[in-house]
Design a binder for this molecule. Sequence first.
Ligand code: FAD
Length: 834
Amino acid sequence: MAKKVIIVGGVAGGASAAARLRRLDESAEIIMFEKDEYISFANCGLPYYVGGSIKERNKLLVQTPEAMNARFMTDVRNNSEVTSIDFEKKEVSIASKAKGHYKETYDYLILSPGAKAMKPNIQGINNDKILMLRNIPDTDRMKEYVDGGEVKSAIVIGGGFIGVEVAENLVERGISVLLVEAAAHILAPFDSDMVVIAEKEIMDSGVQLIREDGVKKFADKEGKVEVTLNSDRKFLADMVVLAIGVVPETEFLRESGLKLGPKGHIIVNERLETNKPDVYATGDAIEIIDFVTGLKTAIPLAGPANKQGRIAADNVAGLNSRFYGSQGTAIIKVFGLTAAATGANEKSLMRADISYKTITIHPSSHATYYPGSIPMTLKLIFNEEGKVLGAQGIGYDGVDKRIDIIATVIRMKGTITDLTELELSYAPPFSSAKDPVNMAGFVAQNVLEGRSHMITWEEVNKMNQEEYVLVDVRSEEEYANGHVENAINIPVDHLRERITELGKLSDGKKIVEYCQVGLRGYIADRILTQHGFQVYNITGGYKTEVAQRLGSVMQAKNSISERGTLGYITVDSDTQIVSNKPKADTYDKELDASGLCCPGPLMQVKASLTDMMDGQILKVEASDPGFYEDIKAWCKRTNNELVDLSKTQSLIIAYIKKGRQGGNHLDSADSYAMMGQNKDNKTMVVFSGDLDKAIASFIIANGAASMGKKVTMFFTFWGLTILRKPKKVRTPKDFLGTMFGLMLPRGSKKLKLSRMSMMGMGGKMIRGLMKSKNVLSLEELIQSAMKDGVEIVACQMSMDLMGFKKEELIDGVKIGGVGYYLSEAEDANVNLFI
Ligand code: FAD
């Protein structure tokens, strides 16, 4: 006999169950009750419809009752709420808008009522300007309100995934947003050392953020909503969005005898069976097992809900499918950033009393020599046996696939050795030969196998300062740009020659050392350990310290964030009005530097300012994410004023007021002389004639020149080939000179890559890619460097040896000896050998 199956709830879990069941059993009678009008809609897309990224409302409606019936022969009864269930009689009671109250019996029942937004009993909460976002009617209301143009400001309560997505989308609509979070940090799946990166992005993008403060009450004031926080601070805005979490929608089951957990979640076994015969449950409403910790939990996400719908249908149809728990793999777009996490985090492991280790790395999204590569922060959590327990990633590109790979390894109960062995797809635009996931495995493996002695900044902070010496193993330049207090600087490449000095300094104490991201720190660890020191390399290096310092600064302020360093909230005597500082909108000249990679935008800014008068304002638009921090540092160093800095989804917009006397960005002899006194110049020995190294050296030179630095590039041996004219110049040569002349590339266009030359194809590919990514070509970089006053010096001695003559080199090249170079190097604080 055909089964009669009733499904309660018509969205993620319920609709999945109905479709799967029909595919398995053509004869079953399937009735799906949905209390609202819409079924199978895209909950996850709702914030983006409000924000305008999803333009058409009907794109949110994945299925209609009619379409569901036509394809899956499902009797969809929308606007029909199941009000109670008699499990003995196998009967549900329905309150239908169209049919009134009636009952329906079942052979099998699948419950997928989901979870609804929490609405605590706070004074003034029933205000029609306080909105929530769960379904299509909620979305229509919010969209209509925002579209009306009346909403200039909003307070979003709750910094979970939905709160952050709503905040971002309201900013997209030009609304000033204050985000209030009761916990120490937003986005609970991330540990505090990671989430501060996302918090900074949110603030940089114009959202004001208050943490560790909850709502005490709401009130109607001047046609707006006044929100009083527990700290008694008051804020006024046109609209409030409540997104403080969800609770299972199971009130109608409370008296039914169905077993519920302490927070109202339906208790199920691995087959998703409840304690009542032939009754299954799925989705946000059920309690599940945390796949990593084994503890009971609830994870309201679409992926698990959809899979559970399928599993429940399988079991109703007579198959034997199981759900083994959820690992909470989740991802969110935070303005330009991607933040993703899988498995356990430190908080959940501590709660479960499971010991663990962590490493943090900052690998690049793809090969650094291919344009557009951006570092990401990747944290891996594993246990003593090497089993991978969790991972978190935050960055601008490539985070999603790394977290998904690690999620897969966790699901397969894999180890860090598995991460090292994974063979992942690679070509320069997509990854590196050692993918970030492999790198995380290598670093973790070195830790577990005792080759690397990792320590976290938290652990260092707990150590007695008398017990150790803190060594910064980065370059002198990096150290000069910022370092941790009390750290002494010994660059990793000088460690061996300064071993005795370090021995005396440490006097038997432990060495705690760090580099920028942890990699050079590992090499330092290996060198020093083999010289008998007790060494600890700080995981994640200086970059992690900066992120954590940022976290604690934000924590210490515990107040409204500024928009970058520029935003504010207007304050009256009692209540603060949520509004951003008006954005700068007057300017004298506009520069579109979008599409250019670093240092292109800075070079263009410098060039644009040169023609402007003191006090005039330049508006710059750039798409390179690094420009946000670069331009702050650049303006500071060049004495130009950064009037305003903001981010949109894809652009960074800066307003720069040309400083008095033109700042120090002009490459005047005076400013160079002054910098010389400060030993601020940069020198480079370019020894290599490889295309990639030539590009790198000129990118650095242009970057430094745009910062107003005097740059001297000293070309020697194979490096001279970069400077050769493309056309043959007849000059008298001896035998060796003729041989060198014939065998070496004639000029920059003939250079090959140091690796992956592929019979010259590699070089052509890189040039093509640079063009497509709007990165200046090597020839343009050379011209730009010369125009900006970079001194190009050919080594006299190498020219003599190789038989090159001045006429064979491009115009503007100086010929100099080692003495000239050394005297320039005397006045430099950066000296590179390329
Ligand atoms: P739901 O999809 O909520 O469906 C339950 C349905 O049951 C509801 O339509 C409800 O009206 C109905 N119902 C309840 N009680 C009754 C009753 N007594 N009688 C009849 N009908 C009833 N997850 C992600 O993984 N990624 C995301 O990016 C993401 N973004 C989200 C954005 C928003 C704004 C929201 C609200 C959720 C988001 N989620 C996201 C969560 C995801 O949508 C849920 O985990 C998933 O929809 C849960 O499926 P479910 O079937 O349990 O419940």
